[in-house]
Design a protein around this ligand. Structure first.
Ligand code: NAD
Ligand code: TYD
Length: 339
C-alpha cells in the first residue's frame, strides 16, 4: 500500500511517518511537505535512506504538483496533516490559514476524486468544537457537539472538516476525520506551550503564561495519536468522525510548574502576560466512540510522557536550538516583546 502523508516534516506528521514505517514496513510512505517555518527536513533524516520512504517538497495548494504526485505514486491512502497550526499566528495573519487549511484540503480531495483512492483522512482538532466552561467538569466534546469556533485557526480547520464531509456526501469520497486534543512529545516546534516552556526554562528566561494560566487543555502523547490515526485509516468506517483524547486535563499553570520542577528551575521564572485574544477556556474530549469501535486507548500516562518529552528536548538541543536561532527570534520578539 502507498500512503501519502502531507505535513510529514512537522511535529505529528513526522512522528506518524516513524510509526508507520516501523509498524507496517511493507507499506510505502510518501511525505508531501512545502517546508514552511514549521517543517524541518532534518527531522526526517532517520528515514531518508529507507527504500520505503520518499520525500517531496511541494505545496498542497499547488494543484499541478499534487496531480503529478498522484500520477507518479498512485496512492491508496492520503493522510492530511499539512496545515498552518499555531493559534497565535492565525490571530496575526488569518489568510495564510484559510489558504493552507481549506484550499489545500480542497486541492488534495479533488486529486483523490480524479485519480481514485481507498481513503482520504483529515487530521483535525478538538478546537473545532470551541471551548467548555471551567465550572462544568461534567461536559465533554463528543462527535455530535456542534462546531463553534473561536480563532481563525480553528475556523479554518472546521471549514476543512465541513468540506471533507461534503465531499463524502456529494462525491462519495471515502473519507474519515479525527479530532484530537493537544499533543506533546518529540519534534514539536518550540512556539507551542510545552517546548516553549522547556526551552525558556533551560535558558533561565521568563516563562510567559497567558492570562491567569487557568485555561485547561487535554494532553495526549503524540504516539497515542499516531496509533489512533493508524487504526482509523485501516479499520475505521468511511464518512465517520472520531474524537481522540486522553482524559488528561491540566491547567496551563500546572503544566508550567511540572516542567520547572522536572528541570530543577525556580517558579520565579513564571511571568503572567497579556491573555490571548478569544482564548478558549477548556478543551476536553470524550473518546468513547474510538474506544468502543476500534479498541483505542491512550497508553502513555502524562507523568511518563512529560518526562520522556523533557528528556528528548535535553538530548536533542541541536534540533531546537537551530530552529530558535532563525525566523523564530523575530516571531518571539513580535509576540512576546511588549506583552
Ligand atoms: P506543525 O505546525 O508542526 O507541522 C505542519 C507541517 O505542515 C509542517 O511540516 C509544514 O511545513 C507543513 N505545511 C504547512 N502548510 C503546508 C502546505 N500548504 N503544503 C504542504 N505542507 C505544508 O503541525 P502539527 O502540530 O504536527 O499538526 C499537524 C496536524 O494535526 C495539523 O493539521 C493540526 O491542525 C492537527 N492537530 C494538531 C494538534 C497539536 O496538538 N499539535 C492537535 C490536534 C490536531
Ligand atoms: P498552544 O500550545 O499554542 O496550543 P493551543 O492554543 O492550540 O491549545 O497553547 C496551549 C495553551 O497554553 C493555551 O491555553 C495557550 C497557552 N500558552 C501560554 O500560556 N503561553 C505561551 O507562550 C503559549 C505558546 C501558550
Amino acid at each position: 500500500m502507498t500512503i501519502i502523508v502531507t505535513g510529514g516534516a512537522g511535529f505529528i506528521g513526522s512522528n506518524f511517518i516513524f510509526y508507520e514505517l516501523t509498524k507496517h514496513p511493507q507499506d510505502r510512505i510518501v511525505c508531501l511537505d512545502s517546508l514552511t517555518y514549521a517543517g524541518n527536513l532534518s527531522t526526517l533524516s532517520p528515514v531518508m535512506d529507507n527504500p520505503q520512504f520518499r520525500f517531496v517538497k511541494d505545496d498542497i495548494t499547488d494543484r499541478t504538483a499534487v496531480d503529478r504526485l498522484f500520477e507518479e505514486e498512485k496512492p491508496d491512502i492520503i493522510v492530511n496533516f499539512a496545515a498552518e497550526t499555531h493559534v497565535d499566528r492565525s490571530i496575526e495573519d488569518p489568510e495564510a490559514f484559510l489558504k493552507a487549511n481549506i484550499l489545500g484540503t480542497c486541492a488534495l480531495m479533488d486529486a483523490c476524486r480524479k485519480y481514485g483512492i481507498k481513503r482520504y483522512h483529515q487530521v483535525s482538532t478538538d478546537e473545532v468544537y470551541g471551548d467548555l466552561p471551567l465550572d462544568r467538569p461534567d461536559l465533554f466534546f463528543t462527535e455530535q457537539t456542534p462546531l463553534h469556533t473561536s480563532s481563525p485557526y480553528s475556523s479554518s480547520k472546521a471549514s476543512a472538516d465541513l468540506l471533507v464531509l461534503a465531499y463524502h456526501r456529494t462525491y462519495n469520497l471515502p473519507v474519515s476525520i479525527s479530532r484530537c486534543s493537544n499533543n506533546y512529545g518529540p519534534y514539536q516546534f518550540p512556539e507551542k506551550l510545552i517546548p516553549l516552556m522547556i526551552a525558556n526554562a533551560l535558558a533561565d528566561k521568563p516563562l510567559p503564561v497567558y492570562g491567569k494560566g487557568e485555561n485547561v487543555r487535554d494532553w495526549l502523547y503524540v504516539d497515542d495519536h499516531c496509533k489512533a490515526i493508524d487504526l482509523i485509516i485501516r479499520e475505521g468506517k468511511e464518512g465517520e468522525v472520531y474524537n481522540v483524547g486522553g482524559h488528561n486535563e491540566k491547567r496551563n499553570i500546572d503544566i508550567v510548574k511540572i516542567i520547572l520542577k522536572e528541570l530543577g528551575k525556580p517558579e520565579s521564572l513564571i511571568t503572567y502576560v497579556t491573555d490571548r485574544k478569544g482564548h478558549d477556556m477548556r478543551y476536553a474530549i470524550d473518546p468513547a466512540k474510538i474506544h468502543h469501535d476500534l479498541g483505542w486507548l491512550p497508553e502513555t500516562h502524562f507523568e511518563e510522557g512529560i518526562k520522556k518529552t523533557i528528556q528528548w528536548y535535553l538530548s536533542h538541543r541541536d534540533w531546537w536550538e537551530t530552529i530558535i536561532s532563525g525566523e523564530y527570534q523575530d516571531y518571539y520578539e513580535k509576540m512576546y516583546g511588549n506583552r
